[in-house]
Write a protein that binds this ligand. Sequence first.
Ligand code: ZN
Ligand code: ZN
Length: 146
Amino acid sequence: MADIRSGHCLCGAVAFEVTDPAHELGACHCSMCRRWTGLATLSLGVPADALNILSGREAIRAYPSSDWAERAFCGTCGSPLWYRLTTEGDAAEYYLAAGLLDDLSGMRLEHEIYIDRKPDAYAFAGPTHQMTEAEFLASLPPNPEE
Ligand SMILES: [Zn+2]
Ligand SMILES: [Zn+2]
């Protein structure tokens, strides 16, 4: 039986279901994620065909935070929704804001990126797989357009 997890933004306008989600969450400590969500952004990687948006498509706004990615949010309540590469079109994976899910049971924080950008003010308990900004950038596949 499929594991279907529901979720929604703060006001409830944007509601969705994720089919058979992974159980590993990732945290990003970069300065853009911090400003976007208040501190580290915890996200769940969801393949495009596993995210079913049930309602609120008209409320979804997207901010192009770089030349290659956008950050979607609810235009009514401002909840962050997901980070997504714009270079991969409709097939792009969603990095869904983990806190939108109604049920995070069985999930754990598995990795942290931009760990060298993390303020000293807080730390996750871990253990997690940690990568610095340089390590993370070096791990990305080369851009096929280059
Ligand atoms: Zn909302
Ligand atoms: Zn980030």
